[in-house]
Design a protein around this ligand. Sequence first.
Ligand code: ITT
Length: 236
Amino acid sequence: MPMTDTARNQITIILATGNCDKVRELRPLLENISPLFRVFALHEIGTDVEIEETEATLEGNALLKARAIFDLLAERFPFMIALADDTGLEVESLNGAPGVYSARYAPMHAGESPTYKDNVNHLLHSMNGIANRTARFRSVLALKGSLPSLQGPFLFEETADGVVHGSITLEPKGDAGFGYDPVFLVDSTGKTYSEMSMAEKNALSHRSLAVQQAIVALKDILAGHSIPLTDTNASL
Ligand code: ITT
């Protein structure tokens, strides 16, 4: 599979995540930005790998994941962008927890991973009786890429983030989404993410804000390397 089709200036993006729910959200977010992007999940290119998140920050873990997938696939796909997402729910009255530990918040037996429901229940339990329910969702995206240009191939790394302010409900509301969506009430809408369609969530989410910021940075990087973007439909 060619990773860049220079004739049409297509850019291949590999989503460096094992989380199918993130893939479902990221794919339309990226593809709607530019028809030049060809987006692949790891399983679509036959890669099954779990990267341990060993850093103490969302930025650190996002970079770790993007670098690991880039390094793993660089030989196979000389031109591509590995894009990783690390997301955390930060609750004010819990001093920013679960934060970077959002995926592993509920205590489990050794070797077991909590489900989304385990984490949501643990969060509601931890906040029992707490009046201040202010929270924010933060996504950090990291991009590591190698692309061709008129001056020759070049490497780059970039991070971007997006924040949405809200609060934690007293009980789950709505059926859509994933993770903590049923208990995260978005200030600007008065709805939980789970009460929104994916298109509604994608119009305002922490992840979509991070994608928008990443695209601005990517656009600058491409312009700096005189990469011609000739597709007239491209909004990039
Ligand atoms: P990867 O590292 O493979 O990308 P992950 O699920 O481990 O997948 P994170 O560490 O970024 O990814 O995720 C933290 C957790 O936060 C995730 O498992 C969900 O429970 C939750 N989460 C992430 N994005 C969310 C969103 O948009 N809405 C609700 N919960 C979300």
